[in-house]
Write a new protein. Structure first.
Length: 324
DNA sequence: AAGCTCTATGGTACAGGTGG
DNA sequence: CCACCTGTACCATAGAGCTT
């Protein structure tokens, strides 16, 4: 298993000050609805730009002078000129602007950002604790949609499969316990495998952040299972290796400017803390009561120390983060 | 580089619940 | 008892990895 999503120096330098794609960095920083996601897996690396939940472009390096601009077919159809092979010295800002304008004008895309739901708040969070972060911000986002990689399918099934199995079983039991209250056939429902945000706080704690919008009731009350699973996966991962990867990603992001270069980094990793962040929580919703019930149930099954350091926050534009 | 498959998620309709 | 609210089931869409 491996986890390190630092991109190659060559790709990173394109975005750094003086790099040929530096204009892209400025462009995203100046558009409040846009944000970066950079990463790699065992076969490729990329710099992607998201508008809420939509990946509007991915930049994939082909060689030193050429990149491939990719996205879902839907967006390629809207703005064909933007996609395909490009020279790195080409400035395709106008094409991106054109794409965004068309996305804004077509209501079919509203649900990914304009409706001010999940995509909107996820983007806000991501920017406040990322590219707009201050030197004294409580924590910084190291990675988004974080996934641990496996060298092959056998290893994945063996390591991840076992952990997933455990939580799927619990989900099934919860469903059988009270199908009306918690949902039926939850045993068939898959448990997510991407962590929304991996962050680092000033004290040196790694925060495993799961984000939910307040209207997603079942997502909220079932989140102990999801959060527990990420906690298992990341605590199983060798600590030294995780620490190295996190610091490497931090440094790379600071060099580019995706994290404030003056943010004072901790000396070492202290702890791993699971976190739930909910935006626009509706206090009339039963989600909180059910969340406590699920937590109680899982503690009965897995031991009282299960998620004993979990933290939950409300997130609003007005007050930022406050205890849930 | 594009198509295919798997999976996650938002939107929506409706059923059931609740409060006035 | 009615009007409104909430949550679930279902469906469509899109992201991501894999294959060629």
């Amino acid at each position: 298993m491996y986890y390190n999503r630092t991109i190659s120096k060559g790709l990173a330098s394109l975005l750094e000050t003086g790099g040929e794609l530096r204009w892209l960095f400025d462009f995203v920083k100046n558009h409040k609805e846009l944000d970066f996601l950079i990463g790699k897996n065992n076969s490729k690396e990329w710099v992607s730009i998201y508008r809420g939940l939509t990946r509007i472009i991915s930049v994939l390096p082909i060689n030193k002078t050429t990149v491939f601009i990719d996205a879902d077919g839907k967006y390629k159809n809207i703005s064909p000129n933007l996609y395909g092979q490009k020279r790195v010295n080409e400035n395709f800002q106008n094409d991106i602007e054109n794409l965004i304008t068309q996305i804004e004008q077509n209501s079919q895309f509203d649900r990914y950002y304009k409706n001010k739901k999940e995509g909107y708040f996820q983007n806000e969070l991501s920017k406040i604790y990322g590219i707009y972060g201050k030197p004294d911000t409580d924590f910084v986002i190291i990675d988004k949609e974080a996934v641990i990689g496996y060298s092959n399918q056998a290893e994945k099934v063996n390591l991840l499969g076992n952990i997933q199995q455990k939580y799927k079983q619990l989900q099934k039991e919860i469903s059988l316990l009270n199908p009306e209250r918690y949902g039926k056939d939850l045993g068939k429902k898959a448990i997510g495998n991407e962590l929304d945000f991996l962050a680092l706080d000033k004290e040196g704690n790694i925060l495993l952040i799961e984000y939910k919008h307040g209207t997603n009731t079942s997502g909220i009350y079932l989140s102990p299972l999801q959060i527990g699973m990420y906690y298992d996966i990341f605590t199983y991962f060798p600590k030294k290796e995780l620490e190295l990867a996190v610091f490497e990603m931090l440094e790379q992001k600071q060099k580019i400017g995706l994290i404030n270069p003056n943010w004072s980094k901790p000396n070492c990793i202290k702890d791993i803390i699971p976190v739930l962040i909910i935006s626009e929580f509706n206090y009339k919703s039963s989600a909180k009561t059910k969340f406590d019930e699920i937590l109680q149930f899982t503690r009965k099954q897995l031991g009282s120390s299960f998620l004993n350091n979990v933290q939950a926050f409300n997130f609003t534009m007005k007050n930022g983060l406050s205890k849930w």
